[in-house]
Design a binder for this molecule. Structure first.
Ligand SMILES: Cc1cc2nc3c(=O)[nH]c(=O)nc-3n(C[C@H](O)[C@H](O)[C@H](O)COP(=O)(O)OP(=O)(O)OC[C@H]3O[C@@H](n4cnc5c(N)ncnc54)[C@H](O)[C@@H]3O)c2cc1C
Length: 421
């Protein structure tokens, strides 16, 4: 018996795959969507803490600054289907949206499940065939062109589906429980595409200093973070950012730390990574020293341990006292100029060493993947296999937090679906 034939076969029912399926089906193509999970959009469901930060309204001129890797590759697809198109598309399919601080766009209902429902409804309206519990096990290529996919359903039944085009939208490696198994990388490699090494990014960091644990739960707002890489005797500042971070039982997390993880390579045998936090970035060293002097002279008989309340969060004070090396019981009027300068330096540069980054199962995205040099950015078609397309996180592109990763999925999915269709 001949295997069933489709115009476009999409592998992966995540953000990129669903958008690609819709965009191909809107061209009246016969589309098949294959998803190994029992439902579509398992990762979408957990995005934005269950609220799904769909995209970001950042001005066009700055948009690509939010993509640390291969922004030029993304230029074409984001120009064709940018954040305004995404918002319009969702409104059209019945999902109302709202814009929050920092240009972050969310569904008005604050429910990621509504995003999935709207996409599913549109897939059904367009008559896209959806096979759940169906894992693609291989891609078959003949004479340099895509021919068919092999699948296994419900872990038992093997099928083949033939098609004019196949679109790999299998995602990355993070949060594997959502279906990110890395299969797309295998398919790409087996069909001759180069892969760029993967690592988890937008991820928290383990810190060596034991005092970090005592700060668990403390959020620092409006701080400056410098990240320094030390190779032998040489030190280089490789990242500077402002914003919010928090302490956890293992180290540090929060938006600022996640962004840094995306830019700075984790420590290895050749280099060490240090974080330096400026807790009072609005004050210069001199201004901070004057402020401390004023605080101390207002309370000359106070013990040092009771004199920092106005300056630092309560949870941080015992740690800062310890790190400053000034005896906790010392009367503030006896604190020497040198001790005071050390305290200023500590507040302007609280330093800690990164032990390692947390793993894929806590990372928002995967860095690396299918090398962009093997993909045509205008169509998302492989330059190696005719009729084979890529979309979403499986490609070596990733964005910062704020809706920029889903924008990759929507833009590349839209373009791939249009071109394959
Ligand atoms: C906790 C968390 C929160 C996030 N929040 C946001 C956010 O708010 N905003 C934002 O922009 N980004 C966010 N992201 C990132 C964003 O979710 C991803 O970048 C995006 O979902 C990638 O879409 P994708 O379609 O490429 O991959 P996925 O969404 O991972 O979809 C891939 C699909 O392919 C399927 N699949 C894989 N292999 C096979 C196979 N062999 N056969 C059949 N099916 C297969 C998988 O089961 C999966 O359903 C978040 C990520 C995480 C982990």
């Amino acid at each position: 018996m001949n295997a069933p034939f489709y115009d476009v076969i999409v592998i992966g029912g995540g953000a990129a795959g669903m958008l690609a399926g819709i965009s191909a089906a809107r061209l009246n193509k016969k589309v098949l969507l294959l998803e190994q999970n029992e439902k579509l959009g398992k990762k979408l469901y957990i995005t934005g803490k269950g609220r799904c930060n769909i995209t970001n309204t950042c001005p066009d001129g700055d948009y690509l600054d939010n993509y640390p890797r291969n922004p030029k590759f993304l230029y074409g697809s984001i120009a064709k289907f940018g954040h305004e198109d995404v918002i319009r598309f969702f409104e059209e399919i019945g999902l109302k949206t709202k814009v929050e601080r920092g240009g972050r766009v969310f569904p008005l209902s604050d429910k990621s499940s509504d995003v999935i429902k709207a996409l599913e409804k549109e897939l059904n309206r367009l008559g896209v065939a959806i096979c759940l519990n169906t894992k693609v096990t291989g891609i078959n290529v003949k004479d340099g062109a895509f021919e068919s996919v092999s699948t296994i359903s419900d872990s038992t039944t093997a099928h083949n589906f033939r098609g004019n085009a196949c679109l790999i939208a299998t995602g990355g490696l993070s949060y594997s429980s959502t279906g990110s198994s890395g299969d797309g990388y295998i398919f790409a490699k087996e069909s001759g595409h180069a892969l760029i090494d993967c690592r988890p990014v937008l991820v928290a960091m383990n810190i060596k200093e034991k005092w970090c644990e005592r700060l668990q739960g403390l959020t620092l707002k409006n701080v400056r973070l410098n990240v320094i890489i030390k190779k032998g005797e040489k030190s280089d500042r490789v990242f500077t950012g402002f914003g919010e971070m928090l302490f956890t039982h293992f180290g540090v997390s929060g938006p600022l730390i996640l962004s840094a993880s995306s830019i700075v390579p984790p420590p290895d045998k050749d280099h060490r990574v240090f974080l330096e936090i400026d807790l009072k970035r609005a004050l210069t060293f001199d201004q901070l020293e004057s402020r401390i002097l004023r605080d101390f002279s207002d309370n000359i008989n106070k013990q040092y341990k009771n004199a920092l309340q106005g300056l630092l969060p309560v949870k941080l004070i015992p740690v800062m006292i310890e790190l400053s090396g000034i005896p906790a019981q010392k009367k503030v009027n006896l604190i020497t100029k040198e001790e005071r300068k050390n305290l200023v330096n500590l507040i302007k540069g609280l330093r800690m060493e990164v032990d390692s980054y947390r793993g894929y199962n806590e990372a928002v995205v995967t860095r690396g993947g299918v090398d962009v040099k093997d993909i045509n950015p205008k169509t998302m078609e492989s330059k190696i296999i005719k009729g084979l397309y890529f979309a979403g996180e499986v490609i070596d592109v990733d964005g910062l937090t704020g809706g920029f990763n889903l924008q990759i999925a929507w833009s590349s999915g839209y373009v791939a679906g249009q071109s394959a269709g």
